[in-house]
Design a protein around this ligand. Structure first.
Ligand SMILES: [Zn+2]
Length: 483
């Protein structure tokens, strides 16, 4: 008996020792400062604000039924870019793609693989009925209290302006990159990018140009995003989730509702939806999400660090805790969201068929085919058919242990010295899914945003601070000088 206690006590001491040592060694990852000499640029915040303000006044709106009637605004906007940034247009080669997407090529001095900075200048419409909710009109470009207001201020004209202003500042200093640096300003991101980003990818493929990497929207420097975390999180996203929409169709006996059978198309469908909801795709900490949470946890208190430093022991517990929040759940697994329903067109008529639409956002570990099979198995009812209406897989994962990521990370740390820089996963779909087919695609806008700012995306009172515009120019000028 005594011996058992002794053995247990020794085991406990060893276990505690291992946990503590692992935790003490679990310290923040240092981004090694780049040896590349970069000249600090001091951007003029007021000039940047004025430029973004003017850019916002062009109604480059992508309407669901297409931009056909609206192309005059797109042409006027690209003309405005040429007039506002003459130095860039005089020194870089302009390739127009499908007329409205601009691809600018800054010739480098060596034959090293080029890089691509991409941003889109089309914007979503203002939701009908919400015009009056805006503090300042969405297309007036009002500058008030250190903020520039309007549609596109965050998504994504601010990036277009910051990149153009950066190139202008560097050209004024006589800078020439070593490798070719391309800028793509695309015009149909909000419509699926057929004529913009997808055509940009084709342009490079047709010329056999292999990019070293691309950078586009898809994440920010996130402030106050995690409770109890006083540092900002600069999540440079190295992958994005895929997308799958399936339509469930349940069949039953139609007829009058006064004498219904036991199971109707609607009840069969309802039970199918519940079965899918109750069978979430398996998930958990691994790959990009594990890297991200681990990097952040290195800056947390001893208790949290201990858990992430000892995943061999605590992973099951962490999976439960993270799963509990909607954002954690979205990082850890393929999410399931029933979105549309239809049945009978009349209250006293039993429909012969009822349909539901379920949207999944695919974690990199799941393919569309696997998820469809998962759904079929979960429903397990021949009266329900499952049909894929739209699908694309999660992107490949760009490396975070190479020079490209180090360049991005060190430029981020230069501008945001108090932020935790980490690779991350974009849970929505961005143009980088096209770029990722041919190169290492990174997703990041060098601007600090809060949860509150996120409401402005495709919503009301979209705005950005002048300070953010200044930060963005500091970031891009630093990054470009490393190329
Ligand atoms: Zn966008």
């Amino acid at each position: 008996m005594k011996r058992i206690f002794l053995t247990l006590a020794v085991a406990l001491v060893i276990l505690t020792g291992v946990l503590v040592v692992n935790t003490l060694r679990f310290t923040p990852v240092e981004v090694i400062p780049q040896p590349v000499e970069t000249t600090a640029i001091t951007p003029d915040g007021n000039a940047l604000a004025q430029q973004l303000s003017e850019a916002i006044t062009y109604k480059t709106i992508s309407f669901e039924d297409g931009n056909k009637d609206n192309y005059a605004a797109f042409s006027a906007f690209t003309q405005w870019l040429e007039d506002t940034y003459p130095r860039v247009f005089n020194n870089l080669i302009l390739h127009r793609i499908n007329e409205h997407t601009l691809l600018l090529q800054w010739k480098g001095t060596t034959g090293d693989a080029p890089v691509l900075l991409s941003a889109h200048y089309d914007v979503v419409p203002v939701n009908p009925g919400t015009e009056k909710d805006w503090t300042h009109p969405p297309f007036a470009g009002v500058i008030d209290d250190g903020m520039i207001w309007g549609r596109g201020a965050l998504d994504d004209k601010s990036a277009v302006i910051a990149i153009m202003a950066s190139a202008t500042a560097l050209l004024e200093q006589g800078f020439t990159p070593k490798r070719d640096v391309f800028f793509a300003f695309t015009h149909d991101e909000e419509l699926g990018s057929d004529l913009g980003a997808q055509s940009v990818v084709k342009w490079f493929e047709q010329r056999n140009i292999a990019l070293a990497w691309s950078l586009d929207e898809g994440s920010f420097v996130l402030k106050d995003i995690l409770p109890g975390m006083d540092k900002d999180i600069a999540s440079i996203n190295v992958a994005e989730k895929g997308f799958l929409t399936v339509k469930l169709t349940a069949s039953g006996e139609g007829g009058h509702s006064s004498m219904p059978p036991q199971d109707t198309a609607v009840s069969i469908l309802a039970s199918a939806i519940l079965k899918v909801k109750d069978a979430p795709l398996p998930g958990g900490l691994d790959g990009v999400s594990q890297d991200m949470y681990s990097n952040i946890a290195r800056h947390m208190d001893f208790g949290k660090r201990m858990m992430f430093a000892n995943l061999w022991l605590f992973k099951p517990l962490l999976n439960i805790v993270l799963d509990d929040s909607t954002s954690g759940n979205a990082m850890l697994r393929t999410t399931t969201a029933p979105t549309m329903l239809s049945g009978s067109v009349k209250s006293n008529v039993l429909p012969a068929t009822a349909t539901a639409v379920i949207n999944f956002r695919l974690h990199p570990r799941d393919t569309p085919e696997r998820v469809v099979q998962w759904v079929v198995n979960a429903i397990d009812d021949p009266r329900v058919t499952v049909e894929t209406t739209e699908a694309f897989p999660a992107s490949s994962v760009a490396p975070s242990d190479n020079q490209s990521f180090a360049d991005l990370a060190s430029s981020t740390q230069l501008v945001f010295p108090n932020a935790i820089v980490t690779p991350g996963l974009t849970i929505a779909a961005t143009d980088s899914r096209f770029y990722a087919k041919t190169t290492n695609a990174y997703r990041f806008n060098p601007m600090v945003i809060t949860n509150d700012d996120l409401n402005g995306f495709h919503g009301t009172n979209e705005k950005i601070s002048i300070e953010n515009m200044v930060s963005a120019v500091k970031f891009y000028t630093s990054l470009i000088q490393k190329q």
